[in-house]
Design a protein around this ligand. Structure first.
Ligand SMILES: Nc1ncnc2c1ncn2[C@@H]1O[C@H](COP(=O)(O)OP(=O)(O)O)[C@@H](O)[C@H]1O
Ligand SMILES: [Mg+2]
Length: 346
């Protein structure tokens, strides 16, 4: 349904896309996961015919974005990183207008608009209230609803939940899942590992304009090599000694030498944990906390790119993208996934 073939795009000397290939079948959600500046929006702009690629071609429901732009656009619903909503119109008017632009009769467009307003909890706003006075989260939901009005076979969503509160994010996730269940091909860009994990049938990790890894969330996590052991220490400078102690019993450590924590492989789970604590005791290294957890996409990303990504875990959401900082510091890329943890304090 969506096919990208060797797409390249440069801005001046800077190559934003260095040959991107991707296939998204009908009825599936493809996650395009990457940090800021990875090339996600550039990919979306090529697919939506807003930007001509330098090389390669992309097809939307079989229509080339290069030579059949109109047909490609007609098969497409798009929701952007920044809401494209007409402030002077009400929610109902906005959605009805979109439906009519897609060639729906006014009555059908209006009925569909009512349906979507209800689905996105926008039906409670006072009659006549213009979108200009909506909160950031309401605007994002209205924008997403706009992409769905004409039930297009292909939907492309560029960071649809960036800046949404947890409830708005949950609603959006439900809507996206329902779309794929109905047979829509969905391409979803995100910086949230958790979001890709929850929604995507397949994930492509993009970094520096290249797809650097691809697979289901489960296969990507399996690549990170089974359970992980996180430890933290009180005294700065402990990590190099701890790394040596853990390496001596065959555990692979990834950590910054100046940090107060480390993450290691733990193929034997409890057994690895016990062996690790014994090795550290032997080396007279004090551990203040140790916990076992399932590998996350963070581990995958770390392993692939050899750097703690700007990719975030989705804990830092706020209602309004215009006011909330969307750039979280990258020091702590490991999501505090309480459910997947087994806390062991020594
Ligand atoms: N119109 C443009 N002119 C110059 N550079 C651009 C332009 N659009 C994007 N870029 C650059 O291309 C890279 C990828 O951008 P983008 O696709 O927006 O990343 P993402 O959406 O993954 O954050 C970034 O380094 C960005 O600065
Ligand atoms: Mg972007």
């Amino acid at each position: 349904m969506i096919s990208l073939q060797s797409i390249t795009k440069s801005f001046g000397k800077f190559q934003a896309l260095a040959g991107v290939d991707l296939e998204v079948p009908a009825g599936t959600v493809q996650g395009l996961l990457g940090p800021n500046g990875a090339g996600k929006t550039t990919t979306v702009r090529v697919l939506t015919t807003l930007l001509e690629p330098d090389g390669g071609d992309a097809f939307i429901a079989g229509h080339s974005v290069r030579t059949e732009g109109d047909a490609a656009r007609r098969s497409l619903g798009v929701s952007g990183q920044y809401a494209a909503v007409d402030d002077k119109l009400t929610g109902l008017e906005n959605l009805t207008l979109v439906g009519q632009l897609y060639g729906m009769r006014r009555k059908a467009a209006k009925a569909r608009a009512h349906e979507l307003l209800e689905h996105f909890r926008l039906d409670g706003v006072p009659k006549g209230q213009r979108a200009g006075s909506y909160s950031g989260g309401m605007r994002r939901r209205l924008d997403l609803a706009g992409a769905l009005v004409a039930r297009p076979p292909v939907v492309i969503l560029d960071e649809p939940t960036t800046g949404l509160d947890p409830r708005g994010r949950r609603d959006t996730w439900d809507a996206i899942s329902a779309l794929a269940d109905d047979g829509t091909a969905v391409l979803l860009t995100t910086q949230y590992l958790e979001e890709a994990d929850e929604l995507a049938d397949s994930i492509a990790v993009i970094d520096g304009g290249r797809i650097v890894a691809e697979g289901t969330p489960a296969t990507l996590k399996a690549q990170a090599g089974g359970a992980r052991l996180d430890m933290s220490f009180e005294r700065p400078g402990t990590v190099p000694a701890a790394r040596a102690a853990l390496s001596s019993i065959g555990l692979e450590v990834s950590a910054d030498d100046s940090a107060l924590r480390l993450s290691a492989t733990a193929p034997g789970r409890q057994e690895s944990l016990r062996a690790a604590l014994a090795a550290l005791r032997e080396a007279e290294i004090e551990v203040i906390e140790a916990s076992l957890r399932q590998p996350t996409l963070d581990d995958v990303f770390l392993q692939i790119t050899q750097k703690p990504a700007g990719v975030r875990s989705g804990q830092d959401s706020a209602e309004d993208p215009a006011v909330s900082p969307t750039e979280a510091p990258a020091e702590d890329p490991v999501p505090d996934n309480a459910a997947a943890r087994e806390e062991v304090r020594s």
